[in-house]
Design a protein around this ligand. Structure first.
Ligand code: AMP
Ligand code: TRP
Length: 329
């Protein structure tokens, strides 16, 4: 069975774009492949963290992943820092990639330039080596990623091939795949840019855990246009089209069909709000249930960690043997 790995950093709150564009596909894909989902907390340390925050974020993100429907008996959901092999393999990756290769990573160039006067950690620079470890440890065949991560998968493949060439066949060469396309959700106040947690003003962002009254308010203020016709046309009517796409994704129809049902912007806004509220209600309920029983949530994570560790430790031993490190017994 194809092994698929995708990872997510425990930073920022999960929003409707993440859910409709990614998480919902993870859930529907869990039965057709052997899926591993890592919460990559060590990657978040490349930028300075406030003490005591990241653990909570990790637990909350785990609750979100289970609440949206990942089944701990089917999907392997694990926490990166709970699997020490990531750090161990990370070092081997650092020694297999060159300084020059890492210097060419556009994400590093962008992120370090943006941080200007701030602290730029060496981890921000070696980040792709840790990411390569995440991928190669699990013998992943496929890694679904957006365009911004393609370069990191390319460097992972280069590292894997170089290692295999130097030390013999050890790693599976992964492939970047375009994720099954979910909805592309735009910011409600700025419908020509993607809904994103990094925006300074987040009043156009629907968070997965927003209360119904907040969701209604955000939809009410959604930017439309000065016309009055409800039609789906991304170019000409980005605001209205975004509402139609959200409504369609939440109710399992298509945006063109949804457009036929409404004649007024006000009705479309409130229908979209109600559809999103109804879609999120069971997720929010389950989320709060999970978080109120921390023991059970930790047990669910533990299942994933055990399975992940089994695979990761076998791969690390294989790499150690291939290199010929002295065995400890
Ligand atoms: P990010 O929040 O950017 O780390 O993205 C996590 C996942 O959610 C990635 O698979 C993205 O492609 C997806 N995603 C993020 N924002 C959106 C959006 N506005 N619409 C659709 N998918 C999104
Ligand atoms: N670098 C990815 C991001 O910023 C997160 C990530 C870490 C990842 N390890 C991974 C993604 C392994 C895919 C596979 O979004």
């Amino acid at each position: 069975m194809t092994r698929v790995l995708s990872c997510i950093q425990p930073t920022g709150d999960v929003h409707l774009g993440n859910y409709l564009g990614a998480l919902r596909n993870w859930v529907s894909g869990q039965h057709s492949a052997d899926v591993f989902h890592g919460i990559v907390d060590l990657h978040a340390l490349t930028v300075t963290q406030i003490p005591g925050v990241i653990g909570n974020n990790t637990l909350q993100l785990a609750a979100v992943l289970f609440a949206v429907g990942l089944d701990p008996d089917v999907a392997t959901v694990f926490v990166q820092s709970h699997i020490p092999e990531h750090s161990q393999m990370g070092w081997i990756m650092e020694c297999t990639v060159s300084f020059g290769e890492l210097s060419r990573m556009t994400q590093f160039k962008d992120k370090s330039a943006k941080r200007e006067a701030e602290f730029v950690s060496a981890g921000l620079f070696t980040y792709p080596a840790l990411q390569a470890a995440d991928i190669l440890l699990y013998d992943a065949n496929e890694v679904p990623v957006g365009d911004d991560q393609r370069q990191h998968i390319e460097i992972t493949r280069d590292i894997a091939m170089r290692f295999n060439h130097r030390f013999g066949e050890t790693f599976v060469i992964p492939e970047a795949v375009t994720p099954a396309s979910g909805a592309r959700v735009m910011d409600l106040l700025n419908p020509t840019s993607k809904m994103s947690k990094s925006g300074a003003d987040d009043s156009g962002v629907i968070y997965l855990l927003d209360q119904p009254a907040i969701i209604e308010k955000k939809f009410k203020r959604a930017v439309t246009d000065s016309e009055t016709e409800v039609v789906f046309d991304r170019e000409r009517k980005p605001g209205v089209s975004n509402l139609l796409e959200i409504l369609a994704a939440a109710t399992g129809t298509n945006p063109q069909k949804a457009a036929e049902t409404y004649t007024k912007y006000g009705e479309l806004k409130s229908a979209s709000a109600q559809a999103v509220i109804a879609m999120l209600e069971p997720i929010q309920l389950r989320y709060h249930e999970l978080l109120s029983d921390r023991g059970e949530l930790m047990r669910m994570l533990h299942k994933g960690n055990i399975r992940a560790r089994e695979v990761a430790s076998a791969t690390l031993s294989r790499a150690h043997r291939a290199i010929g490190l002295l065995e400890s017994k």
